[in-house]
Write a protein that binds this ligand. Structure first.
Ligand SMILES: Cc1cc2nc3c(=O)[nH]c(=O)nc-3n(C[C@H](O)[C@H](O)[C@H](O)COP(=O)(O)OP(=O)(O)OC[C@H]3O[C@@H](n4cnc5c(N)ncnc54)[C@H](O)[C@@H]3O)c2cc1C
Length: 404
């Protein structure tokens, strides 16, 4: 599929939307990043008079959605209850591709490498068995011949989820925002919400530029949740995550036709290491280099300190992993950047109504470094909650009551 729009053409259209001076809306969405862009689109599509507000111009590099690519997959090792939401999300990724004419999904597969009894491998196999999701098995030798870049120890299990792959977070957000505009949503950028208050009649939202009123509010502010909601009790920790890119000898060997997305579990390190193929089409941000990262909560930070750090320790760990598992592949470090996780204490999302708001304020937070693949289905769920106070999608395990 060839995309109808490039990252640049979509950016131009979305950034050129005229600021609205209207101050009364049915629903306001605070935060137009990953979850907020899809929610604003769903509301606008349903004919709702909706305003989306963001303190920056999404996509941007001060939140949780930067860095070129995000893995999408279904056989969820984290918790099998996510699988029905993922099945719906994949349907909606496909639906948005049809509507927009933009290719969003790149289904080049996802390769899992780890000891058979590692919790990620057992979680993966449980989820796949429970929901009848196919996994292809490799031996060390068949893996070597299909993907010669990997050096996998002989006691590792190697499994492939073929329908998995990746999306561009920046291009996806722009696609949702563009479609939201097409359906009549108002979007105000560079406008920071300072506070909101709900009375019996309406909710008042005060920004650094204006005061608005609405009937329902959706809050999807990512790593800034503690700044906007200092007394919100759900346990969350904001962490800085390093993303790295590396130079390789022959780039073509690492494109999406020759390299799946992958993850490996190294016994002595917490979390998992993962990587992507090299991408340079017009839907992706730069660089054109091999992306590798470590999924485990990094240093706890406040969001304004995101880019103020020394990456040496993390880079040392990544170099050791590359030397062991991708030997003779990588030449030198190309570049690195930082992005934020909002980790809930059990690493599951938090989707609910904000306490004491009479079910008029919806909160979506705690995406804990694995939320992007759910963007389309989160748009559906959050818009359902805002409009009808309920949803037919199974989200009970994500509600606040689990912390009580
Ligand atoms: C390095 C890294 C790798 C990841 N890899 C994956 C992956 O492979 N697969 C996957 O599924 N997920 C992955 N994730 C997780 C995923 O990207 C996040 O879960 C998701 O982006 C969170 O979306 P969000 O809407 O909560 O936050 P964001 O996308 O950051 O959006 C929040 C928005 O709210 C705005 N905002 C905040 N405060 C205010 C305010 N007061 N007023 C107005 N606007 C405000 C911000 O400017 C921002 O635009 C990864 C995350 C990181 C950091």
């Amino acid at each position: 599929m060839n995309s109808a729009n490039t990252l640049k053409s979509l950016t131009d259209v979305v950034r050129n939307i005229k600021r609205t001076n209207k101050t009364t809306f049915e629903v306001i969405v605070i935060g137009l990043g990953s979850m907020g862009s899809a929610t604003t689109y769903e509301l606008a599509k349903k004919g709702v008079d909706v305003l989306g507000l963001d303190q920056f111009e999404p996509p941007h590099t001060n939140g949780s959605h930067s860095g070129q690519s995000r893995i999408v997959r279904k056989a969820y090792f984290e918790h099998p209850d996510y699988v029905p939401l993922l099945l719906r999300s994949f349907e909606k990724w496909n639906e948005m591709e049809q509507i927009s004419g933009n290719q969003l999904l790149h289904q080049n597969g996802f390769l899992y490498m780890g000891k058979p009894n590692h919790e990620v491998m057992t979680g993966l196999k449980n989820s796949a068995a429970l929901h009848h999701l196919p996994l292809q098995s490799f031996t060390t030798e068949t893996c070597k011949s299909a993907y010669p870049m990997f050096n996998v120890p002989s006691d590792y299990e190697i499994l492939m989820e073929k329908e998995a792959g990746f999306v561009s977070p920046e291009y996806s957000i722009l696609t949702f925002l563009h479609q939201a505009i097409q359906h009549g949503a108002q979007l105000n950028f560079n406008e920071k919400v300072e506070e909101f208050k709900s009375t019996k009649e309406h909710i008042t939202v005060k920004t650094n530029k204006q005061i608005y009123q609405c009937k329902k509010l959706v809050i999807s502010v990512g790593g800034y949740v503690q700044q906007l909601l200092p007394s919100f009790q759900a346990p969350q920790k904001i962490t800085r995550q390093l993303i790295s890119w590396w130079n390789v000898d022959i780039p073509n060997k690492f494109n999406e036709h020759n390299l799946p997305c992958w993850t490996l579990m190294h016994e002595d390190h917490p979390g998992i290491y993962y990587g992507f193929p090299m991408v340079n089409s017009a839907e992706f941000t730069s660089p054109f280099a091999l992306k590798i990262a470590h999924h485990t909560p990094g240093d706890e930070i406040s969001p304004e300190k995101l880019n103020d750090f020394n990456p040496q320790n993390e880079l040392k760990k990544l170099t050791a992993i590359i030397d062991q598992y991708l030997p003779n592949t990588v030449q030198t470090l190309h570049s690195f950047s930082a992005c934020m996780y909002t980790n809930s204490s059990d690493e599951n999302f938090i989707i609910d109504f904000l306490p004491d708001t009479d079910q008029r304020v919806v909160i979506a937070t705690g995406f804990s470094g694995h939320g992007f693949k759910f963007v389309p289905v989160m748009g559906e769920i959050l818009s359902d909650l805002a409009l009808t106070e309920t949803t037919s999608l199974p989200i009970e395990f994500l509600r606040l009551k689990r912390f009580q």
